[in-house]
Ligand binder design. Sequence first.
Ligand code: WT7
Length: 661
Amino acid sequence: MADETSRESTGATLSNLSTENRTFAPSEEFAAQANATADWYDRASADREAFWAEQAERLHWEQKWERVLDWDAPFAKWFVGGKLNVAYNCVDRHVEAGHGEQVAFHWEGEPGDTRTITYSDLQREVCKAANALVELGVGEGDRVAIQLPMIPEAVFSMLACARLGAMHSVVFGGFSPGALKARIEDAEAKLLITSDGQYRRGKPAPMKANTDEATAETPTIEHVLVVKRTEIDVPWTEGRDVWWHDVVDRQSDQHAAEAFDSEQPLYILYTSGTTGKPKGILHTAGGYLTQCAYTHNVVFDHKPGESVYWCTADIGWVTGHSYIVYGPLANRATSVMYEGTPNTPHEGRHWEIIQKYGVSIYYTAPTLIRTFMKWGSDIPAKYDLSSLRVLGSVGEPINPEAWMWYREHIGRDNCPIVDTWWQTETGAIMISPLPGVTAAKPGSAMRPLPGISAEIVTEEAQPVGPGGGGYLVLDKPWPSMLRGIWGDEERYRDTYWSRFADQGYYFAGDGAKYDDDGAIWLLGRVDDVMNVSGHRISTTEVESALVSHPTVAEAAVVGASDATTGQGIVAFVILRGNVAQDEAKGEEAIKALRDHVSKEIGPIAKPRQIMVVDELPKTRSGKIMRRLLRDVAENREVGDVTTLADSSVMDLISAGMQDSS
Ligand code: WT7
C-alpha cells in the first residue's frame, strides 16, 4: 500500500518531470495503411461492449457467447457462454486456412544454431506435446509448471496445456530453486517441464540440477519432462523423470482440440507484490486472447503474412506470454524468437538478427535501449535496419532521451514508437499510442487504447485535470483483466480493489500525470515494489532474503534510480550482535550477501549495493521510512526527518554512505 513514504516520492517525481513538448506524428503514408484509425476511440466509447464483441470476432468460437460481459465487481466474465480452444486459435485454424507453410518462428539459438518452425510444424509439435501430457496424466484444470530457456519447446508446452484446458505456470529461467519450489507448491503443479541446461553468454549452465533442488520436496509433482538442449550432465530420478525426445517424439501428431468455456483458466503467472509472497495472477481464455490479438494487431500495426515481428522478452514474463505466444500466434504472425543475451557473441547481435530476418516490428524494454545507448550508436549503424516499421517499448517509463535515441538510431527517424503501459494483471496492453494515429511524445504512453478506460485520481478518488498528477486507476473492466490471485480471493480484493472500493476502481499501483494536452506520463510504482530492468521485485522479498542470511539481523531495501536498469536495488542491513563486525562489513562479506540474495531469489534481485548500518530510520510506530533511505541511496539531501523516532539515525547513515563511496 502507498503509505506516507510513497506519496512523498510520487510528489517528488512529479515536480522533477521534464516538460516534453516535441511530438512525432506518423507519416501520411503510414497513417493511410494503418490497421486502426482515429475514429476507433469514439466508436469504442459509444458502445464498449459492441466494440469488444467486434474484437472477439478476430477469434474462432466453437460456440458464440450469449453476453459480452457480466460484471459483478471485482469479478468479470467476458464473452459469457462462448466456447473456444486457445491453441486451435493460435495454430490449427491458420493451417486450415491454407497458411501451414508460413513461418511461425524463426528461432535463433544463442550459439548460432537455428530452427524454422512453420504453422504446420507448430501444429504437429503442439499435438504431440498435448498427447504426451495426457500420457503423463495431465488433464483439464491441472497445473503444469514450466521452467525452460527461450527454446521452441517452451511455446509447444504452453500451447499443449492450453489445448488440453490445463493451466501453465511458467517460471523465469533465472529464478532460483526456492522461487520455483514456492510456485510449484502454491499452484500444486502436477508436472514440471524443464531442460537439461541453458546457454548463458556462450556457456551451457545447468537447469535440471536446479529444478531437482526445487522438486526435492514437492509431493504434487508426478513427473518431470526434460528437454535436451545443452547435453550437460543431469541428475535423474528413475520413474519420475522422462526425456522430451523419448515421450513426445513418439506421439501421434494428431490431436482433436476440445472447445472450453470462455472463462476456462488459461494460466497462472506469479508476480511480486508488496509482501514477500508472490501473487499467482490468473488469466482465462476468451477475454485474454481477444485483447492480446486486438492489441497486437493495432498497436504494432501487424500485417499477417507480411510483417516479421520480434518481441525480445523472455517467455517467463507476461510480455512473453501475451506478445511472443498468444497475441502474435492468434494473429498469424511470423516471429523471431531469440534464445540468448544481446551481447553474445557481440554487441550487434540484435541488429544482425533484424537484418537477417528483415524484422519489421521490434518490441523491447527501456533498460535494453539504454544499454544499447551505452554500447554506442556506431554498433547499430553497421547494420541494415531499413526493414523496421514500428518500434515498441515496455516494462518501465522510457525516458525522453532513450526514446529519441531509439527513434534516431534504430528507427532511423522513420518508425513510430509505441510506449506500451500494462501489467501482468492487465494481461495485455492498456495505454499506448496507435502508430498510425497518435502524434507521440517522447516518454509518454499517451492515452488508453480504444475500448480501455483509465483515469488519474487523487487520494480521495477525485479525477485530476490536465496537468495534474496522482494514482492511475482503471475505472472499467477490460477483457484480459486478471480474474483473481490463485487461491487468495481476499488478497485480490485487498490489493487491487480496496483502495478505491467505493468507486469500484482497479488500483494499478502506479503514479501518473496528465500533461496540459491530456497525455499520460507514467511515474513509476507508488508501493514498495521496485522495477529493475522492467522486472518487478518487492522490497520485502529482498529484505526477507537478506535476513535469512545468518549474519543479518535486519534489512531495509529501496529502489534507487539507475541510469541503465531504471532502478537499482540498494540494501541497508544491520548485522547480528554475535557477528564479528569488521569482518562482516568487509568486501567479501558484502559479496557473499549479494550472492545470497541472488541464490535465494535469482540474479535479477541481486542488490547493486549493500550498506552495513547500526540503525534503520523508523517512525515511532516502527515503520521503516524508505524515502529517507532512498534519499541517501540517490545522493540527495535527506528529507524531513521529524517523524523519526530518533532523528540522529539519518546523520549516521549518511555519514556511513560517504565513507563507503
Ligand atoms: C509494471 C508492471 C507489462 C509487461 C512488463 C512488466 C511498469 C510497464 C510501462 C510503461 C511505465 C511501465 C509499471 C507497471 N510499466 N510498462 N510503458 N511505462 N511503466 O510487467 O512485471 O507486471 O510490471 O511495470 O510500473 O505497473 P509487470
